[in-house]
Design a protein around this ligand. Structure first.
Ligand code: ZN
Length: 441
């Protein structure tokens, strides 16, 4: 395909993304069925048959397959149809308008995750339009419910229809290409491993009473416990994925920073490197266990001290952290036996997916074809994605939205004015297509 063709593909992708964003798939409730039907109709227009799965009414998962000759194992392209809420936020464009303006497509899902879905969709259809002979089945799966845990999405598909989606490789979300965050070259961070998400509830109970008198009441004890946790910080762990990340990233730096990064695991290099990287919040979150207070619940009357107070913590654990040991650490930090500490069980993630694989090499070559000075590196992402379910089944899973995003664009994910440039949409589609051509052609 020549460059003129790619301009046409970029415009086509923008138009599809615009329409996809206009379908409000805010989760909860999700309503992904309409989104899945939109994708299904579009694929049918390309003479590609689809299978719909309906775990519950109004929600759906869609699977499309391009058959290969079976000489290699399948690859699965995954994205989620649902988006996080935008209600109550002050957007400069309608979050569900799908506005195409200023070289961008605007709206909730523009990056997370409908753009990746459209890149997959376009690349998938191009393989068909170009009649590429495939060594592997290429499958495309669009799922519900990623933003709320995946119970009727990826997890449901794996539990109920594993034979339909069994694959060697998975292309999922989890990383992005960036420019201007570290060094002066584009960095394509591919998620090969992720931290585990645990919801921890702190519960203080006991005597409440009249608001004029109650002392040492549940609310006060809970606040004291949270104050202890506020001063806590997990220690930095440099696992094998992070070491490889730093080694590859060192190419974006000049001496002596480059040399220090390559030697980050050595006792003398470590404090300097860790200090520098910890100053970048998105990287700091990759290096240590974290606790964030996300919900507080207590009381419903101004003059009554409630007899129960709860805090919900969003805890993210590194792959090597033992959950039971971590909860004990929380109890020790709080140092108040009257406060209950309970946690949801985190899924033990599978092994990190190797950077030494045909998939990673194909992706790296495709990235360099579009962006010759880029660094492609594995990362351990601090966010939870559906990849965790697949890695548990032994699938080698890689997460990236292959555009080049600035820090301010990344901050629109789950935020205000989410948008993707047409250029990123076109480049991402091309990278997906050329990766698949290399891996499956
Ligand atoms: Zn997402």
């Amino acid at each position: 395909m020549n460059d003129a063709d790619w301009v046409g593909i970029e415009n086509e992708a923008a138009s599809v993304l615009s329409r996809y964003i206009q379908i409000d798939t805010t989760n909860p409730p999700g309503n992904e069925r309409e989104g899945a039907e939109f994708l299904g109709d579009w694929l049918s227009g390309e003479s590609i048959p689809v299978t719909m799965y309906h775990p519950v009414p109004d929600r759906a998962n869609l699977l499309a397959v391009l058959k290969g000759d079976g000489s290699r194992s399948p690859v699965l392209l995954l994205h989620h149809i649902d988006v996080v809420p935008a209600a109550g936020e002050r957007w400069s464009r309608d979050p569900f308008g799908g506005v195409v303006e200023d070289g961008h497509v605007w709206g909730r899902g523009a990056i997370d995750n409908k753009s990746l879905g459209v890149m997959h969709l376009m690349a998938f259809a191009l393989l068909r339009r170009q009649s590429v002979r495939l060594k592997r089945d290429v499958m495309m799966l669009a799922v519900s419910d990623e933003e709320m845990g995946g119970a009727v999405g990826s997890k449901w598909m794996i539990d109920n229809h594993w034979d339909d989606i069994r694959s060697e490789y998975l292309w999922d979300e989890g990383g992005v290409g960036t420019l201007g965050i570290v060094g002066d070259r584009p960095v394509f961070a591919v998620s090969v491993s992720e931290k585990r998400s645990v919801v921890v509830i702190l519960r203080a109970g006991g005597a409440g009473g009249h608001g004029s008198m109650a002392a040492n009441a549940p609310v006060e004890r809970l606040l004291a416990a949270l104050e202890c946790l506020r001063g806590w910080s997990g220690s930095v762990e440099l696992g094998p994925v992070t070491i490889e990340f730093l080694t590859r990233l060192s190419k974006t730096q000049s001496f002596p920073a480059s040399w220090l990064m390559r030697n980050a695991s050595r006792p003398w290099g470590r404090p300097l490197v860790v200090g520098k990287l910890s100053a970048i919040p998105s990287i700091d979150a990759m290096l240590r266990d974290t606790i964030r207070v996300t919900m507080l619940r207590a009381g419903d009357s101004a003059n009554v001290s409630p007899d129960i107070a709860e805090a919900v913590l969003d805890v993210r654990l590194l792959p090597g952290t033992d959950q039971g040991g971590f909860l004990q650490l929380v109890r020790d930090v709080i140092d108040d036996e009257t406060i209950e500490v309970q946690a949801t069980e985190a899924l033990t993630g599978g092994a990190a997916s190797p950077s030494d694989s045909d998939f990673f090499r194909a992706l790296e070559q495709a990235v360099l074809g579009s962006s010759p000075d880029a660094i492609v590196t594995p990362i351990q992402t601090p966010v939870a994605t559906d990849s965790r379910f697949f890695r548990q089944r032994g699938v080698k899973a890689y997460g990236i939205n292959p555009g080049i995003f600035t820090q301010s664009e990344i901050e629109t994910i789950h935020g205000v004015d989410e948008r993707i440039s047409l250029r990123n949409l076109g480049m991402g589609t091309r990278i997906v297509y050329e990766s698949l051509l290399d891996l499956c052609g």
